[in-house]
Design a protein around this ligand. Structure first.
Ligand code: AMP
Length: 215
């Protein structure tokens, strides 16, 4: 299966994607994670992307489309994938269609995780990440066992620069203006499945699995 996980920042895409990867063996492709890695390594892509990311703006389409093409093109055709954080604009969605057509593949479903704005702000500003192993925590709903330490590898947890209050508001505005229209694109193609993302992660995952098994 080839899936797109869609939703505003903080809607739980990363958390659900990690579980789907584990249970369904889908390759989790997160453009946000790839970009953060490039920034960390100081690659040319990372240097170009950093200022956009720090302000909560979208990185230019051509950079992201090239990045996705580099990942999808060498994948064996029988391996399923799960896109998280891509496409985020209608031109990206169109470019993805063209790329998949060239590769002889297609998207089977687009899952939209829907969460009210007030809840998104609360989730994002209390989110913490492990810079070493990538584990995600939430100080309110999923705190680490020891304050500010990763349960899995013991590293000091960090707040993403773009999870600070001012940037979060900008990211939600960008989502509404540039990314929400992508939903309509997939709705018109009969691929969109809207789901309530405001429940606990394990409950969202249960609903997600039953929706996918019905496909
Ligand atoms: P995320 O972790 O998915 O919230 O992504 C973090 C940041 O990376 C976003 O705020 C954007 O600056 C950038 N980014 C990730 N994916 C994309 C994309 N598909 N198009 C443009 N920018 C992106």
């Amino acid at each position: 299966m080839n899936l797109i996980l869609f939703g505003a920042p903080g809607s739980g895409k990363g958390t659900q994607a990690a579980r789907l990867q584990e249970e369904m063996g889908l390759k989790h492709i997160s453009t946000g994670d790839m970009l953060r890695q490039s920034v960390k390594e100081g690659t040319a892509l990372g240097q170009r992307a950093k200022s956009y990311m720090d302000s909560g703006a979208l990185v230019p389409d051509d950079l992201i489309i090239d990045l996705i093409a580099e990942v999808l093109t060498p994948m064996p055709p029988q391996a399923g994938f799960l896109l998280d954080g891509f496409p985020r604009t209608v031109p990206q969605a169109r470019a993805l269609d063209l790329l998949l057509m060239r590769l002889g593949r297609q998207i089977d479903a687009v899952i939209s995780l829907e969460v009210p704005d007030a809840e998104l702000v609360k989730r994002l500003t209390s989110r913490r990440m492990c810079p070493r192993c990538g584990a995600i925590y939430n100080l309110i709903t999923q705190p680490p066992r020891l304050p500010d330490r990763c349960d899995q590898c013991g590293s000091a947890l960090e707040q993403r620069a773009d999870d600070r209050q001012e940037t979060v508001e900008n990211r939600l505005r960008v989502y509404r203006e540039q990314t929400a229209p992508v939903m309509q694109y997939y709705e018109e193609r009969g691929l969109l499945h809207r789901m309530d993302g405001s429940q606990l992660p394990q409950d969202v995952f249960r609903s997600l699995k039953s929706r996918l098994s019905a496909l």
